[in-house]
Design a protein around this ligand. Structure first.
Ligand code: BGC
Length: 763
């Protein structure tokens, strides 16, 4: 078809579509992510109409995302001219509302095709009101709290015109050395998938076209969490089995939940950088999953393919990325500088570029930006009371009680309290990583929360002024208030800067002289409650026996102080559960509950610890099984673990059938009772194991979970419904398959709780 007839055909098709539309969708004003019931999607007709008028330069312009570092205030001058010429499709980090408004005005009034811009930002765990870091939110095992938090983030951020967030981060993370584990939902594909849905539903709201909705961005596609040795940006070698059965799952959930956009990752996956990886970007994301939003590169990740040694120069990097159908380039300018040339040389076609531009325009239409490009700068919603209350609930539900010897917690108002430690009054640090907009002035620390509540008698000495502080100079002051108190609350951990991007650590114990100070405080004989604020699990081998209770608060956000006060004093019973296996030693990493059994699994009763090996022992006298001589075979705490002030009993676990047929639905029921004297929440967890299959399967996989609230003495029956499809795996034939055979199920408190075992055999 020639150019003229193509245009003629397109225009007539557009007119035809408009007539159908007017007749069939009279009442519909906004296009949402959900497809219209008619066969013709009204947005597609609009996209075609816009596209038909665009020049090649403008099309290339839509693929460009420009911006500035989050720290730079001034808007570079040449950017306005570029917008006027239609050379930019999106901006990131424009935090001056007047600049944003002016850039948008230029785009929709002065640029040739008047296409609105999308403004993006990393709104990761809150905008102004900061929620716990995502790893902490995952510990809540409460998707509704996560959804509420991301809804609030969108309401707040959209007052700055931000309609696109670079979240959620869905990288399966099994390595706590990796700084970005804080941004993830941990090690489990099912939990991460549930969190993905919650974040996306919250950010995008019920209608993506609403001015308070933000497009979500599922990132980083893919394999970033598998960076070698936990070193950021490093190579990821993930075989097809692991890729499909573990790493891709949350991203599929993101497509199903309607994530408007995706972001590629920095790493190379099995030798091919993710930003030019046709297998994942074209074959899986587009063809298999039918994703029709757009994909943005990570910051400079196209041009970094030169550093990877995958492209000889930026032009070749652009060629490789565009041929993998990576739609938009973040910050670097390889597309802008070379696409035209690549098209002239026949290395890419304008027709293919049209597909890319359509993906971008589709999201802009879905966001309603063509109808309503501006934003309401009303900032009275920032730090709204109900936002703070929600952030506090999230911090309460994310906190995990790991140890509570002699029920030292909760404390009561009659006890004299010594508050010590570098994180007790560190308003900036408790916000955690990726909080460009959260302000420490609005943060309530644990110290402030206790001081504001006059019923508590509190003395404070930090002992160490920041987490890496090695000076013992102020130890005596801390020891002296400890001696005159009944209980020590020691707030320890990592400053925010010690986790996040490029902040990997080889040692993950408490930095600075924190362990030393704990040892000194232990000598006072006073009970010590260790409250950890950190972006990752912290190895505790050197101090765990010196403290009586341990609470993991992650970096709990703006309302961390009041939340922790409520937990420490028993107003709220802790209910967080670990979204990640907690190692004893760095040398155990990677360690995760859903590992394979191996041919020689551990025999716990035969394990001999290194120090007990007789001198001159015979080579195989210890038995040959999979363990460490020194660190054993168990983690410090398992996935799903977390104590409460109540204890719960599980009874009457039953399965609806032990001989289901392929395609059947199966129900598992269990009764859970709160045996304590305090209202508490419990996360009931269902795990399964496929006992034998055509590829080896993990010893356990989380299948379902539900968080319930129980009054003292109350019982509830929890039902989990799943189908035989839910126990499928990606098999050797490169297809999802559920194979007949034996399955075991466990319903209980955490991944290693096997007290309620069920089974079925699939015919
Ligand atoms: C990070 C992304 C982030 C982007 C924009 C990159 O360095 O890897 O996660 O969204 O910067 O700030």
């Amino acid at each position: 078809m020639g150019t003229f007839s193509r245009k003629f055909y397109d225009r007539h098709w557009v007119m035809f579509a408009i007539i159908i539309l007017v007749v069939s969708c009279k009442s519909k004003t906004n296009d949402t992510v959900k497809r219209s019931d008619t066969n013709i999607d009204p947005i597609e007709a609009k996209i075609d109409s816009v596209l038909s008028k665009m020049t090649l330069e403008e099309k290339i312009g839509q693929t460009a995302q420009r911006g500035k570092s989050s720290r730079v205030k001034e808007l570079p001058k040449d950017l306005k001219d570029a917008v006027r010429k239609g050379q930019i499709g999106s901006f990131l980090n424009i935090m001056n509302k007047e600049d944003a408004k002016e850039l948008q005005r230029i785009a929709v009034e002065e640029s040739p095709s008047k296409i609105p811009l999308i403004f993006a930002r990393d709104v990761i765990h809150g905008f102004k009101t900061i929620f716990p870091v995502p790893l902490g939110q995952a510990a809540s095992f409460n998707p509704s709290i996560v959804q509420e938090g991301s809804r609030i983030a969108a309401i707040e951020a959209s007052t700055y015109g931000i309609r696109w967030t670079f979240a959620p981060m869905l990288d399966i993370s099994r390595d706590p050395r990796w700084g970005r584990i804080a941004e993830s939902a941990g090690e489990d594909p099912y939990l991460t998938s549930e969190m993905a849905k919650a974040y996306i539903n919250g950010f995008q709201g019920e209608d993506l076209a609403s001015p308070t909705s933000m497009a979500a961005c599922a990132k980083h596609f893919i394999g970033y969490g598998a960076a070698e040795g936990g070193r950021d940006y490093n190579t990821a070698n993930i075989n097809d089995n692991l890729l499909h059965n573990v790493y891709l799952k949350p991203f599929k959930a993101a497509v199903d939940a309607g994530s408007a956009t995706f972001m590629t990752s920095f790493n190379d996956l099995n030798g091919i950088p993710a930003s030019a990886n046709s297998y994942v970007l074209k074959d899986i994301l587009r063809e298999k999953w039918g994703f029709d939003g757009f994909v943005v590169s990570d910051w400079n990740s196209i041009k970094e393919m030169v550093n990877h040694g995958f492209a000889k120069n930026e032009k070749q990097a652009a060629e490789k990325a565009i041929n993998a159908m990576l739609d938009m380039e973040m910050t670097s300018t390889a597309y802008q500088d070379h696409l035209k040339e690549l098209i002239t040389e026949g290395k890419f076609s304008e027709k293919e570029l049209d597909v890319i531009v359509k993906n971008i325009l589709r999201v802009k239409f879905r966001l309603g930006l063509f109808d309503n490009p501006y934003f309401d700068p009303d900032d009275t919603v920032l730090y709204a009371k109900k936002h703070l209350a929600s952030a506090q609930r999230a911090a309460e539900e994310s906190t995990v009680l790991l140890k509570n010897k002699n029920e030292v917690l909760p404390i009561n108002a009659k006890q004299k309290i010594a508050i010590i430690g570098p994180l007790a009054d560190a308003p900036h640090e408790q916000l955690g990583t990726w909080t460009f907009d959260g302000e420490k002035e609005h943060t309530i620390t644990p110290l402030k929360a206790f001081e504001n509540d006059k019923q508590y008698s509190v003395k404070y000495e930090s002992g160490l002024s920041y987490s890496r502080d090695k000076s013992t100079e102020n130890f005596q002051k801390a020891i002296s208030i400890a001696k005159s108190s009944d209980v020590i609350l020691f707030f320890a951990g990592e400053e925010a800067i010690l986790s996040g991007e490029a902040h990997s650590r080889a040692k993950i114990n408490l930095p600075g002289a924190q362990e030393k100070l704990i040892n000194e405080l232990h000598k006072t004989g006073k009970p010590i409650v260790l409250i950890l604020m950190a972006g990752r699990p912290i190895t505790l081998e050197n101090i765990k026996d010196k403290v009586d209770a341990i609470l993991m608060a992650w970096h709990p956000g703006t309302m961390g102080g009041p939340a922790l006060k409520n937990i420490i004093t028993g107003v709220v019973s802790p209910s967080g559960k670990l979204p990640i296996t907690w190692p004893k030693e760095v040398g155990q990493i990677p360690i995760h509950y859903n590992h394979k059994n191996t041919g020689r699994p551990v025999i716990p009763e035969e394990f001999v610890q290194m120090d007990s090996i007789p001198i001159g022992a015979w080579q195989s006298s210890l038995g040959n099984t999979s363990h460490y001589l020194d660190a054993g075979f168990l983690p410090e705490y398992s996935f799903g673990y977390g104590l409460s002030y109540s204890n719960f009993t599980y009874s009457n676990a039953i399965i609806s059938t032990e001989t289901p047929k392929m395609g059947d639905t199966i129900t598992v029921k269990v009764t859970v009772k709160n045996e304590g004297d305090q209202k508490s929440k419990e996360t009931v967890q269902l795990y399964f194991r496929d006992m034998f299959a055509s590829i080896t399967r993990p010893v356990k996989e989380l299948l379902r979970f539900e968080k319930i609230a129980l009054d003292p003495g109350e019982s509830k029956e929890v039902s989990f419904i799943f189908s035989t499809d839910d126990v499928a795996f990606y098999g050797p034939d490169k297809k999802w398959i559920t194979e007949p055979g034996d399955f075991k199920l466990w319903v209980g408190e955490h991944a290693t709780d096997e007290s309620n075992e069920l089974k079925f055999t699939l015919e």
